[in-house]
Design a protein around this ligand. Structure first.
Ligand code: ATP
Ligand code: MG
Length: 202
């Protein structure tokens, strides 16, 4: 049990908090698409982005996804999307991508090819949301020109939002984004010897 004085103080605190929240809501009147960047070394970047994508799908929004990833391993979120959501345009980087600095030219060609799809989506006003998964690495390794990428994202239709994921986001990307979250690695099961598992890690 808490005494009446504590209850009273709690009520006053909540009232002050409500005033601050209400003022914030009042202030935020602009309506436009935003750029969300999910970066950092902790687990949860891609899954967070797909969580937002599912949120948009719940409103019947049209969405596009380009995955700038190596390899061809399927992930549960993409398998589910492709089987169940007609309003998703999807493209994954060419299977020729090697993630191999010995073969920078081949990797760059794969990145360029994936970017053609991204650029098409970023110019399509019928798409409410475009997810560019693992895009940060394309800039980090100079497979894609940062200025070109940023200019294309900036020039997108006004109502379209973009989510970018990946570690080591360049400062230009952080500057461009309206919302930036850095997921910190506190611990990860893999480092304790737990195998990556379907439905959790991929
Ligand atoms: P997720 O797709 O699970 O949201 P992510 O997008 O944040 O992860 P990526 O760097 O894209 O992380 O790596 C994807 C894979 O690597 C996932 O299987 C994830 O569980 C694993 N992973 C992510 N972060 C870590 C980490 N800090 N240590 C070990 N493995 C990790
Ligand atoms: Mg990821």
């Amino acid at each position: 049990m808490i005494d009446d004085e504590k209850k009273q103080r709690h009520a006053e605190r909540m009232q002050r908090k409500k005033a601050v929240v209400d003022a914030g809501i009042e202030r935020a009147q602009e309506e436009r698409g935003i750029v969300v960047l999910i970066t950092g070394n902790g687990k949860g970047k891609t899954t967070s982005a797909f969580g937002t994508l599912y949120r948009a799908l719940g409103y019947g929004h049209q969405v596009g996804v380009v995955q700038f990833i190596k390899g061809t391993q399927a992930s549960g979120e993409v398998t589910y999307l492709r089987q169940n959501a007609a309003q998703v345009a999807y493209h994954a980087m060419a299977t020729g991508f090697t993630w191999d600095t010995q073969n920078w030219d081949a990797d760059k060609a794969a990145a360029d090819e994936a970017w053609v799809h991204a650029a098409r989506m970023l110019a399509d006003p019928s798409l409410n949301l475009v997810l560019l998964d693992e895009l940060t690495y394309m800039l980090k390794y100079n497979y894609l020109d940062a200025d070109m990428v940023i200019e294309t994202i900036r020039a997108r239709p006004a109502g379209q939002s973009v989510i970018v994921t990946g570690r080591a986001a360049k400062p230009e990307l952080i500057e461009l984004a309206d919302t930036v979250s850095e997921i910190r690695d506190v611990k990860h099961a893999y480092n304790a010897g737990v195998k990556a598992q379907a439905g959790i890690d991929f």
